[in-house]
Design a protein. Structure first.
Length: 554
């Protein structure tokens, strides 16, 4: 599953072979395998602004995860049960992930920025039996427990309120040894909810093999990770596939220590401080974060950076950020591509000369990717079509949770459809240029309109609503809402702000509409479907001429 050391991309791809054992458990691979050989080896380092960085070794990770695994079993958590994680980047998050995998349960990472509606849907739809969170996360559960009959246990890192127990208390006195479940590489291990581009969010269920499937792609994006002295960091939330599978778990499996920090809002100066003060050599930084870092003047003169490699994904990097990193940091950013359902299948590797501004990259080791037509036929080089991935593939999801129809629609024959349009040139470079669904890409997040529209319509002043992405130089796109108000309700700037906050509180900080425009009617088909294409065109034109739309209240 590891990349062979080769002097050319062509040789690397030709010589790579998947070698994933039949019996494979993520928990064992990211903790116990190293703890048995080097228990004192550094696994995690938690950044502290005052310089008091905490450290966790592989030996400590094994013992603490074993204690929590024993505690989960005592609470009745069984193989296949979903255990949710609502935590920031911290040691407890990793300990919990490892314990869940060891038990044979399914980890369900959730972002702390989710609001009550988003949490209720995901916890209810997944049937999660336990949740591990912090006091901030527990506050968000207020009023939800009655609607979540399967949620038997809430475990809090810190001091719990009523209805929960402290993590320290459930782990106290538990044995530091545990017999890891004998899982196969195809057993379910992890579920991450998609953004809900064509309806409610869907749980993409992954097997233990998803970790092994990510390793070669991460190695390519980080120019032959691991190398002596490597240390990894990402500002991305570990609740998302980007932070979890593009950084955290593959790094730990390869013995590369990971730096963590609890900050939720990205601060470019703090990002440079974290990397400089902890000696980070490898980073996964989404394009929007890189664009914000461009605002920091003379970073190499201000910060003692030791960066060796940077990978970036989640949206198009663009030539400007690509050239800035080369000029200012002396690093060629390796852009790559994937989805929650099937990640890091295309990418760059500057160390082998695979890099081109404006292109995603070429096919990563071990995957088969093509541009296909609507009937699933592979198109010739230079022809535009949909980016698709051939199954079987170790990084590909098992299916959508309790949604076989949606799973079936994700495929044409053995091609998994990404919904993204692109073109592959004669050298194999893929350029992404559009989507055939309504997904919004903002600050590295893929955001579906349906969940936001449902939330908007729940506001008493809103009669109808449609959400699209509006082009934005910094964030790629921002979420824009077109709102038809209820009879007799006047439009105002204050009401627009209230509606934005309504979504922010109920869904998340990354999904709320940064612009709200009040309109008299929405463009619709004869069957009553909103024609979002017309609204997208309208938003794009508005962005181009830099003028507010009619009756805009923003």
């Amino acid at each position: 599953m590891y990349l062979p050391k080769r002097e050319s991309y062509e040789a690397l791809i030709a010589d790579f072979r998947w070698e994933i054992p039949d019996r494979f458990n993520i928990g064992r691979e990211v903790a116990d395998a190293w703890a048995e050989r080097e228990p004192a080896r550094l696994a995690l380092e938690h950044y502290d602004p005052d310089g008091n960085h905490e450290r966790l070794t592989y030996g400590q990770l094994r013992e603490q995860s074993n204690q929590l695994a024993n505690a989960l079993v005592r609470l009745g958590v069984a193989r296949g049960d979903r255990v949710a994680l609502l935590l920031p980047q911290c040691f407890a998050t990793v300990v919990a992930h490892v314990a869940i995998y060891k038990v044979g349960a399914v980890a369900l990472p959730l972002a702390l920025l989710f609001g009550s509606d988003a949490l209720e849907y995901r916890l209810g739809d997944s049937g999660a039996t336990a949740l591990i969170t912090n006091p901030f996360g527990q506050e968000k559960l207020a009023g939800l427990r009655a609607a979540l009959p399967d949620l038997a246990h809430v475990i809090v890192v810190g001091r719990p309120a009523s209805g929960a127990v402290a993590l320290d208390d459930v782990m106290a006195g538990q044995p530091i040894t545990f017999d890891v479940v004998d899982s196969s590489r195809d057993d379910a291990a992890l579920m991450i909810y998609t953004s809900g581009t064509t309806g409610p969010p869907k749980g993409a269920l992954h097997a233990h093999r998803v970790l092994a499937g990510h390793v070669p792609g991460v190695q390519m994006a980080q120019d032959f990770l691991p190398q002596p002295g490597d240390k990894f960091w990402t500002p991305s939330d570990w609740a998302w596939a980007g932070g979890l599978l593009n950084c955290l778990l593959p790094s730990l499996m390869m013995g590369v220590p990971v730096v963590c920090s609890p900050a939720q809002k990205f601060d470019p100066d703090l990002a440079f401080r974290i990397m400089a003060e902890t000696g980070v050599r490898n980073a996964f930084i989404p394009p929007t974060a890189l664009r914000l870092m461009m605002q920091v003047e003379r970073p190499l003169e201000t910060y003692d950076l030791k960066l060796r490699s940077i990978g970036s994904a989640g949206e198009s990097l663009g030539r400007e950020a690509y050239e800035w990193a080369k000029r200012t940091l002396g690093i060629t950013v390796n852009e790559f591509y994937g989805q929650t359902e099937c990640n890091i299948v295309l990418g760059s590797m500057a160390g082998l000369g695979v890099t081109r501004p404006g292109a995603i990259g070429r096919v990563t080791a071990g995957h088969r990717v093509a541009i296909i037509d609507p009937d699933g036929r592979e198109l010739p080089r230079g022809a535009a079509g949909q980016i698709a991935v051939m199954r079987p593939d170790p990084v590909m999801f098992l299916g959508y949770w309790n949604n076989p129809d949606a799973t079936e629609k994700k495929f044409v024959g053995d091609w998994m459809l990404t919904g993204d349009q692109g073109v592959m040139d004669e050298e194999g470079y893929v350029e992404f240029f559009g989507r055939d669904d309504d997904v919004i890409t903002s600050s590295g997040y893929r955001i579906g309109p349906s969940e936001i529209e449902d939330c908007l319509i729940s506001h008493p002043a809103v009669r109808l609503a449609a959400v699209v992405g509006k082009p934005d130089r910094l964030r790629t796109e921002i979420v824009k809402a077109y709102v038809v108000l209820a009879e007799g309700v006047p439009a105002s700037t204050a009401l627009a702000a209230e509606i934005r906050d309504w979504v922010k509180r109920r869904l998340s900080m990354h999904e709320y509409p940064r612009e709200v425009e009040f309109v008299d009617a929405l463009p619709m088909t004869t069957t009553g479907k909103v024609i979002r294409r017309l609204l997208r065109d309208r938003a794009a034109e508005e962005a181009r001429v830099r003028r507010p739309g009619r009756r805009a209240a923003v």
